[in-house]
Write a protein that binds this ligand. Structure first.
Ligand SMILES: [Zn+2]
Length: 220
């Protein structure tokens, strides 16, 4: 397939590459891990731009992005030799179930610690967060509390995606983030900047939890 063109798309690609570099330098996207996407505004079809699979996040450039169907996850346009992220189906599940304009998935250390401690490897749990001032950074209707789902890390990614879509459809009040046991965190927002800010708040809350600020209540 050919290269990606269009000013809006080029701007989105540059934004994804810059954020990937930033998150890599923070240690939240080690190696080739993690993936970012943004819904393409004004597109004729409902598409999203997502980071490609298998490229080190410290080396990712604007030329390493793939256009996919936002809600289908099917590849629409990919530069030669590139494939969409292996976890595209999770991004698509979020685009189907929410109003998200951007999705960020990283292996940030404190979020991953909390995912391991609050989750279960055989069924979904929900992490109940209360009191933290940082909850105000998540855009919740009620910022005094947040329920964050923690999903098993099924080897088949589409199985995770199906569970994510089912949960978010049934819980529209859910916080704009989810955890996957042994794996990491995924956060979304109306655009990449909002998603990044929310990710920073989630990771900071998980840092406080890991340092012992509160117990980890896991509700099945
Ligand atoms: Zn991952």
């Amino acid at each position: 397939m050919s290269t990606i063109t269009g000013r809006d798309t080029a701007d989105a690609a540059a934004g994804l590459a810059a954020l990937a570099r930033d998150l890599y330098l923070r240690g939240w996207m080690p190696g080739t891990s993690g993936n970012l996407s943004v819904r393409l505004a004004g597109a004729d079809t409902d598409t999203a731009l997502i980071t490609s699979s298998g490229v080190g996040k410290g080396e990712l450039t604007a030329g390493h992005m793939v256009v996919v169907g936002a809600e289908s996850g099917e590849t629409v346009l990919a530069p030669d030799g590139l494939r969409a992220s292996a976890e595209t189906s999770i991004h698509s599940a979020i685009y189907r179930a929410t109003q998200a304009g951007a999705v960020i998935h990283v292996h940030a250390p404190y979020s991953t610690v909390v995912a391991c401690r609050a989750g279960d490897r055989s069924h979904r749990t929900t992490l109940a967060l209360t009191h933290f001032e940082l909850l105000k950074g998540l855009g919740l209707a009620d910022p005094s509390r947040a329920g964050v789902p923690v999903f098993p890390n099924w080897p088949a990614v589409p199985r995770i995606a199906t569970e994510v879509a089912d949960y978010l459809t049934k819980h529209p009040e859910s916080a704009p983030g989810l955890l996957i046991v042994d794996h990491g965190i995924t956060v979304w927002g109306e655009d990449l900047a909002q998603a990044r800010n929310r990710l920073e708040c989630f990771e900071a809350i998980c840092q406080l939890l890991t340092l012992g600020a509160a117990d980890l209540p896991a509700l099945t």
